[in-house]
Design a protein around this ligand. Structure first.
Ligand code: SF4
Length: 359
């Protein structure tokens, strides 16, 4: 069953490490965007009924609950098997949580990033660990019991001890799902610019090395596994049965349709991308369509999954050279016709994917 992604690229603040087109924009732009988004969803010719919906951003939880409801009313298929809302901790009230549940949301993905105050302040986020704990209780009380916590390994000021603190909080709060991203500082983010220019405001000098970030990530993999939250994709971990049904569609090449700025769609054959910037989205400039190369994509997208992929005989032949090179280097392993990344391969996955992309 296909999925629906809705992009809401507005945030209360611009995080220092963020290089997305999302951010803080004038109020009137937000209103115009909402109208354009509603038009785009209304104009869509539904050939199927979606069973998953994902509202991402940006910070779609900042939408007024009635606006969020109105937007979801345009999507067929409620109650969906999975409907996720990305939320920034800090303003989740019982009223909002009840309205989200009433609109069909059963899963909330919280952009926590860290439970350590010093690290949070340097990202520009204003919540605390206590805020997150309180708001998870609010979500539970509203009947939303499928919670994801996003964490970032490699934040400025992060140490082994502070990373352990964040994972202790995960243990205490017992979410169903955790995402762990290894921070790659982009030159265009405020943190990236500070790194280039040698400033001190966002803690650029205090950013862990790539090796430390990889160690933090590996520590998280072990710690989460011990909590029963197993890795099923490079950055995603879940209790059994709580793997994100929507996101799994991306990695298993199932169809989905995306609405809004920078949203992607895939109908099983063609990929489509909406314009990245809000202004271009509003004027309709720069929409692109591409034929998908499914065999290549199965390799560099499917290999993200811990379950790996089962290449067809012609794929084993076609990718024989890189497969054997990575098997010899210990970055890939094979088992009964399944090919998957090793633990070391996960850390060097970009290199592996690049090789398959270049063929
Ligand atoms: S990291 Fe998320 S919340 Fe922060 S500015 Fe970027 S999109 Fe917004």
């Amino acid at each position: 069953m296909p999925g629906v992604y809705i992009s809401y690229p507005f945030c209360a603040q611009k995080c220092t490490y963020c290089n997305f087109a999302s951010g803080v924009f004038p109020r009137d732009l937000e209103v115009r965007y909402r109208d354009a988004l509603a038009l785009e969803i209304r104009a869509h010719a539904w050939e199927w009924t979606p069973d998953t919906v994902y509202l991402g951003g940006g910070t779609p939880s900042n939408l007024a609950p009635e606006a969020l409801r109105a937007m979801l009313d345009l999507v067929p298929g409620r109650p969906w098997a999975e409907a996720t809302l990305e939320a920034a901790p800090g303003n989740i009230t019982p009223e909002a949580a009840n309205a989200w549940a009433d609109a069909g949301i059963q899963r909330v993905s919280l952009g926590v990033q860290s439970f350590v105050e010093k690290e949070l302040r340097r990202t520009g986020r204003t919540h605390t660990a206590q805020t997150v704990a309180r708001e998870i209780a609010v979500l539970h009380a509203a009947g939303i019991r499928n919670i994801n916590i996003d964490l970032i390994a490699g934040l400025s000021g992060q140490t082994e001890a502070s990373w352990r603190d964040s994972l202790d909080w995960v243990e205490r709060l017992a979410p169903e799902h955790v995402s762990v991203y290894m921070l790659e500082v982009d030159e265009d983010s405020r943190l990236g610019k500070e790194m280039l220019l040698g400033g001190v405001r966002y803690g650029a000098l205090d950013t862990p090395s790539d090796d430390s970030t990889a160690d933090f990530y590996e520590f998280a993999v072990e710690r989460l596994a011990a909590l029963g939250i197993a890795r099923y994709e490079i950055s995603n971990f879940a209790r059994p049965g709580f793997e994100s049904r929507h996101n799994l569609k991306y990695w298993t090449l199932q169809p989905y349709v995306g609405f809004g700025a920078d949203a992607h769609s895939f109908d099983g054959r063609m990929r489509r991308q909406n314009p990245e910037s809000i202004e271009d989205y509003l004027t309709g400039a720069g929409r692109s369509d591409d034929t998908a190369h499914l065999s290549d994509e199965r390799f560099f997208i499917g290999l993200r999954l811990s379950a790996g992929i089962r290449p067809a005989p012609e794929e084993w032949r076609r990718f024989d050279a890189p497969i054997h090179r990575f098997l010899d280097a210990g970055l890939l392993e094979t088992d009964d016709g399944i090919l998957r990344l090793t633990n070391r391969g996960v850390l060097l996955s970009n290199e592996v994917f690049q090789e398959f992309l270049n063929l």
